[in-house]
Design a protein around this ligand. Structure first.
Ligand SMILES: NC(=O)c1ccc[n+]([C@@H]2O[C@H](COP(=O)([O-])OP(=O)(O)OC[C@H]3O[C@@H](n4cnc5c(N)ncnc54)[C@H](O)[C@@H]3O)[C@@H](O)[C@H]2O)c1
Ligand SMILES: C[N+](C)(C)CC=O
Length: 489
């Protein structure tokens, strides 16, 4: 596989230490690539390149339209290489190629969206209360941005950070998850081809406790944008305080999906499954906390179980596969432990709860889709993120109870409501404490609307205009057109 290395100051380079890391296919544990393992020294070199490229002012003073043109070109190159990128993403993550193709369309869409926004960030004229003056507000780039991404949607999460940072004139250092760097490396090749100048976008590959920690604590980094787990997010927040970096955190979720008895039953069943089991449930916004009205609870659970029993697990490259493996052996062990906890806590295992038995799946990190019933809000399986193919089902009998259950979480990323009573739906979403709420839908996102969490699901927003604002500082410029002495002193 012709994969390059780290990308620092416009050059592809190996790690300073010479260390390397094998990248593993989660379907069969084969080594699919070997990449350099960066350390603090590599990270410092990348930060120095980004700092110099920001401080010389060339990129930040490039007309926004031109930066937008480069970002549009990146979108075109992603579309040109869509199939290669999708296959690489599936090799690296285990998700089906069909899902990866969808991700690549979304990713190109994100670069296109921000390319169009590039020259629409021109600031505003204030109606100054002071006679003979001009008061205006401009938006300037923040500076050097550290960007850290997770393994579940490697390139999608990268695109949400790269595109807005570039169009607003920042320079950046990206650190993808050490276990899924392949598509991010490829997109840095495309950014080079699209004409992003040397030093503006830099790539380091390596572990969180070395590379990620250096990015978070380095005094020359002005902003950290992080997507990942809550524990890591808290560490980054602490490290970033060293120079009061601007901070954007996209953390986990334990997302409620409320099903009222008056919902379209078959659609709600289908979408409750879609809401969780894509990418084997390894989705921050997966609707893993199903909250079902008592009168339809048993029928609803039976319908889910019957569908789940028929899921086809397998290689992401097999067109019949509906669900691929988990990302790693370590993660599989965590999901197994989570399920054991659920059993100990007294939840009823309605389906799944083990690894599959098929011989052809034994080399991969597979886990059966799993549903727990008789769950109550104090159980840790209802409170903790499984980040795997596991649903917990709770029952409710009144609307107030459903909302109380939905909000009973430290997280606040996303949630859904299924009902044909639109007034009831509006009453519910008004009370749900989450950054995204869907009515008769689940897990939909697009570049035009902001994404992010309430409570411990994060700080700030990605996507939409707010996702661009994260990468700007706001400056008020006041000009006195008729300066006069005050003669106070
Ligand atoms: N809110 C969202 O939009 C969103 C999207 C995707 C994933 N997530 C969350 O991500 C988590 C799963 O991803 P993960 O397991 O890769 O998360 P993680 O927190 O373990 O790792 C994420 C990234 O942080 C790095 N990292 C680890 N320790 C670090 C440190 N001390 N300092 C700096 N960086 C460090 C990792 O190397 C990786 O690149 C889940 O909790 C999921 O909900 C959230
Ligand atoms: C934000 N999203 C849904 C693309 C990926 C979350 O893991």
């Amino acid at each position: 596989m012709n994969l390059k290395q780290q990308y620092i100051n416009g050059k592809w380079v190996g790690a300073n230490s010479g260390n390397k890391r094998d990248i593993i296919n989660p379907f069969n544990q084969e080594v699919i690539a070997t990449v350099p393992e960066s350390d603090e020294l590599d990270t410092k070199a990348a930060i120095a390149a980004a700092r110099a490229a920001f401080d010389d002012g060339e990129w930040s003073s490039t007309p926004a339209t031109e930066r937008g043109n480069i970002v549009r070109k990146i979108a075109e190159l992603i579309e040109r290489d869509k199939e290669e990128l999708a296959r690489l993403e599936s090799l690296d993550t285990g998700k089906t190629v069909e899902e990866s193709r969808g991700d690549m369309d979304d990713i190109a869409g994100v670069f296109r969206f921000y390319a169009e926004q590039a020259d629409k960030n021109g600031g505003e004229l204030i109606d100054s209360p002071v006679p003979n003056s001009i008061s205006r507000v401009v938006h300037e780039p923040v500076g050097v941005c550290g960007q850290i991404t997770p393994w579940n949607y490697p390139l999608l999460q990268a695109s949400w950070k790269l595109a807005p940072a570039l169009v607003t004139g920042n320079t950046l250092i990206m650190k993808p998850s050490e276990i899924t760097p392949l598509t991010t490396i490829k997109v840095f090749e495309l950014m080079d081809e699209a004409g992003v100048p040397a030093g503006v976008a830099n790539l380091v590959l390596g572990a969180g406790h070395t590379v990620g920690a250096e990015l978070s604590s380095n005094m020359d980094v002005d902003l950290i944008s992080f997507t990942g787990g809550i524990v890591t997010g808290k560490k980054i927040m602490q490290a970033a305080s060293v120079n009061v970096k601007k901070l954007a955190l996209e953390l986990g979720g334990k997302n409620p999906n409320i099903i009222f008895a008056d919902a379209d039953f078959d659609i709600a069943v289908d979408q409750a499954l879609n809401g969780v089991f894509f990418h084997a449930g390894q989705i921050c916004s997966a609707g893993t906390r199903l909250i079902v009205e008592e009168s339809i609870h048993d029928e609803f659970v039976n319908a889910l179980v019957e569908r789940v029993k028929k899921f086809k697990l397998g290689s992401g490259f097999d067109k019949d596969t509906q669900m691929g493996p988990l990302i790693s052996g370590e993660h599989l062990a965590k999901v197994e432990e989570y399920v054991e906890t659920g059993i100990k806590e007294g939840a009823t295992l309605a389906v799944g709860g083990s690894r599959p038995e098929e011989p052809e799946l034994q080399n991969g990190f597979f886990y059966l889709p799993t549903i727990f019933t008789d769950c109550t809000t104090e159980m840790s399986i209802v409170q903790d993120e499984a980040f795997g193919p596991v649903i917990t089902v709770e029952k409710f009998s009144t609307e107030e109870e459903a909302i109380k259950l939905a909000n009973d979480s430290i997280y606040g990323l996303a949630g859904g409501v299924w009902t044909n009573d639109i007034v009831k739906a509006e009453r519910c979403v008004a009370k749900m404490r989450m950054g995204t709420v869907w009515i008769n839908e689940f897990n939909l996102y697009f570049p035009h609307a902001p994404w992010g969490g309430f409570k411990q699901s994060g700080i700030g927003r990605e996507l939409g205009n707010l996702g661009m604002e994260e990468y700007t500082e706001t400056k008020h410029i006041f000009q006195n057109l008729k300066p006069e002495a005050i003669n106070w002193f």
